[in-house]
Design a protein around this ligand. Structure first.
Ligand SMILES: Nc1ncnc2c1ncn2[C@@H]1O[C@H](COP(=O)(O)OP(=O)(O)OP(=O)(O)O)[C@@H](O)[C@H]1O
Ligand SMILES: [Mg+2]
Length: 234
């Protein structure tokens, strides 16, 4: 479904992503784990077109997309739920959700998507008239994912959803990501919370210092000694 070939990212002269290749299959759930500054967000930004790679190619469903504008990439079904949520603080929950559906002209589809989101995250239904900025961190994360779903994605890129959330809320968000994936949406998740990421995904990559140093099924990765020591504290 998604294929990255030898992607490099430079910020000024500094190379932040050093020629990585990565794959997400249709309906797959893939996680990228790695420490601060590893280049995880840069990789997602390349896929969604927020930044251009200095080298390499991005392919989505057999078409090359790495020179397309972000809105063109979104229209093809790749939706980015960014790090730090980036919801619209002054808009209400409902308005935030509607912003996610700006590409969707079919009103009944929008209604159906709203139903689904309120089913996944019932708390959002109670908060529809509340401003984004008044939500808790967990509610904002749910809203960011909900807004992403409103676009009717085929692939969701989710950047550090657990950041700053309590274990209980993290658990809830994690469960709902599994549900979303089971409903047929592929997910590429970036997480510093390796324990959670490796539990949720089928396959994973370890990114350190701009390089992919390990990849495999999550079942293999959790058995790996290096990962157990460096990421799982075992
Ligand atoms: N706009 C930018 N200008 C200059 N350097 C940048 C820019 N964005 C990222 N970098 C640098 O590129 C490297 C990778 O950053 P990136 O945000 O992709 O890492 P990350 O793995 O997402 O980290 P974190 O876990 O802290 O979110 C870092 O060293 C960062 O300082
Ligand atoms: Mg990041």
């Amino acid at each position: 479904m998604l294929l990255l070939k030898s992607i490099r990212v430079h910020y000024n002269k500094r190379e932040a992503v050093k020629g990585i290749s990565l794959e997400v299959g249709e309906g797959d759930f893939v996680v990228v784990i790695g420490p601060n500054g590893a280049g995880k967000t840069s990789v997602l930004n390349v896929i969604s077109g927020v930044i251009n790679p200095s080298e390499g190619e991005v392919w989505f469903r057999s078409e090359r997309i790495d020179r397309l504008a972000p809105e063109k990439i979104a229209a093809r079904g790749i939706i980015h739920v960014p790090e730090g949520r980036r919801i619209f603080p002054k808009l209400t929950v409902m308005e935030n959700l509607q912003m996610g559906a700006y590409l969707q002209k079919d009103k009944t589809k929008v209604e159906r998507e709203l139903e689904r989101i309120f089913h996944l995250f019932p708390i959002l239904k109670e908060r529809t008239r509340q401003r984004g900025e008044s939500l808790s961190g967990g509610e904002q994360q749910m809203l960011a994912i909900g807004r992403g779903l409103m676009a009717g994605p085929a692939l969701l890129l989710i950047d550090e959803p657990s950041l700053g959330l309590s274990p209980l809320v993290t658990q809830h968000v994690a469960e709902q990501m599994t549900v979303i994936n089971r409903e047929g949406i592929a997910i590429l998740l970036v997480e510093q919370n390796a324990r959670m990421g490796l539990k949720l995904a089928n396959r994973g990559y370890v990114l350190t210092n701009g390089d992919l140093v390990l990849e495999g099924t999550t079942a293999e990765l959790v058995k790996n000694e290096e990962i157990r020591k460096a990421y799982l504290g075992l």
